[in-house]
Write a protein that binds this ligand. Structure first.
Ligand code: ACO
Length: 426
């Protein structure tokens, strides 16, 4: 039976339909609100707003649950690979062996980046942030790979190109930024091993592919692969709603992810931990500073818009982190500091009352450091991981019959009407 929520306004009662998701969460459907009542809703930061219906990712922030297409992320991190999880997110089901092999073949076929693009990469100033380079170069892909006339063919090839080339381009921009030779992708290597080889192989010291590091990278990317309607995914959907090409929509996602409150947080965590170490301040002094409402300082890697308990991804990341550091016999003073800081923060009343727990970024940077990824590349690593989610969400939005051009409204607070004053009279 259809359920409704009653809204009483200006002496009239309106019935707004109640929508229930497959996991039981409920929402008030306000699609006809303005048309029938003249009212709009006001929700800065969209914390109470469902922007779409989606069958891709389920998360329960109170219980700390994250599932892709119904499968718990813990199971995927343990048993799956990033390539397989990518297929799952984009196609809605786990691939059989033949489908996975075909996907791998297509990824190999599209892994090279147009040679003329190398010149563009080389002309960015050396100290450019890799996220800026990546966002620009993803948009530039449209110029190098013009649109095909058949829509489905165009979508399929664009998806494969993005999945394969983003990884190649990320490694390429790193190699150019440090003045090293370009390492091309290889057909005989898996998705993650290929990336590591492109980043670190050297003509004087061949890169040894360590399967434990490959596994850790798979886990890192699986954990980042989708997170429902987060800031960058919403950017992809909003930009995509103007029916722009997928390259431009993904480029917008990369730009949104760059910020320290979102994908830049893993970089910010390492910078924060290094800053704490250098400052000589005690951890309780640091926590006091983060709690001070008059001080913009925040504990990076703590808190989340949706999780009000421990981020399930952070648990897996912490475990993987310990394993990798143990295996590589690395003793990282920043990891010790991170563990102590977490301990102090988790006992603090402010952090308890505000449900501020360590999020995925708190430990991910330490793994990336151990693998040898430079700090300014951390958000790029996040972007490669989030790409399948952006693509899956964009595809879903394109096929959604309820989808419309994104165009929120506002409550205007400026002067109602003002007169133009000629410049000499001002
Ligand atoms: N350190 C100190 N105080 C914090 C922190 C923090 N990390 N996070 C939230 N708070 C405070 C808020 O300022 C707020 O205080 P107020 O009531 O006095 O205004 C209170 O705790 C409650 O905050 P929330 O409403 O839970 O936070 P919000 O949803 O607005 O922001 C965000 C979430 C942006 C992630 C925030 O927690 C933050 O800035 N964290 C640090 C950056 C970070 O780690 N980002 C990565 C997020 S995960 C991801 O994108 C992969």
């Amino acid at each position: 039976m259809a359920e409704y929520v009653k809204l009483i306004y200006d002496g009239k009662t309106y019935e707004l339909p109640l929508v229930t998701g497959s996991a039981g969460e409920k929402a008030i459907d306000i699609t006809k609100l303005r048309q029938t009542t003249g009212l709009i809703t006001l929700d800065p930061g969209f914390a109470n707003t469902g922007s779409c219906s989606s069958a891709i990712t389920f998360m329960d922030g109170e219980k700390g649950i994250l599932r892709y297409r119904g499968i718990p992320v813990e199971q995927l991190a343990e048993h799956s690979t990033f390539r397989e999880t990518t297929f799952l997110l984009i196609n809605g089901k786990l691939p059989n062996r033949e489908e996975l092999d075909t996907a791998s073949e297509r990824l190999n076929q599209t892994s090279l980046v147009h040679e003329d693009m190398h010149i563009v990469f080389q002309n960015f100033p050396r100290n450019s942030h890799p996220m800026g380079i990546l966002s620009s170069m993803v948009t530039a892909l449209r110029s190098f790979y013009p649109e095909l006339p058949v829509v489905q063919e165009e979508i399929n090839i664009t998806v494969m190109r993005l999945l394969s080339k983003l990884r190649t381009m990320a490694a390429l921009s790193y190699r150019i930024s440090v003045g090293h030779n370009i390492v091309y992708p290889r057909h005989d290597l898996s998705y993650c091993a290929n990336f590591l080889n492109m980043m670190f192989n050297s003509p004087v010291k061949p890169y040894h592919i360590d399967l434990d590091i490959v596994k850790a990278l798979n886990i890192f990317w699986i954990l980042h692969a989708d997170h429902e309607q987060n800031c960058s995914t919403s950017a992809v959907r909003v930009v995509g709603s103007g029916r722009v090409n997928l390259y431009a929509a993904v480029s917008a996602g990369i730009a949104a992810l760059w910020g320290p409150l979102h994908g830049g947080a893993n970089q910010a965590v390492i910078e924060m931990l290094s800053g704490i170490k250098e400052s000589g301040k005690s951890l309780s002094q640091i926590v006091e500073k983060a709690k001070d409402r008059n001080d913009p300082y925040r504990l990076m890697g703590f808190g989340h818009r949706v999780y009000k308990t421990y981020d399930p991804r952070a648990k897996i990341m912490k475990k993987t982190c310990d394993k990798i550091l143990g295996k590589l016999k690395i003793s990282d003073p920043l990891l010790d500091l991170a563990k102590k800081l977490e301990e102090v923060a988790l006992k603090d009343d402010y952090f308890i009352e505000n449900n501020l727990y360590a999020n995925i970024d708190f430990y991910s940077g330490i793994i990336l450091r151990a693998i040898g990824i430079p700090t300014n590349m951390f958000p790029v690593m996040f972007a490669i991981g989030r790409l399948p989610g952006w693509i899956a969400q964009w595809k879903e939005s394109m096929d959604d019959p309820a989808w419309r051009l994104s165009r929120p409204r506002q409550i205007y607070t400026g002067p109602v009407e003002a007169r133009y004053i000629p410049i000499d009279e001002r």
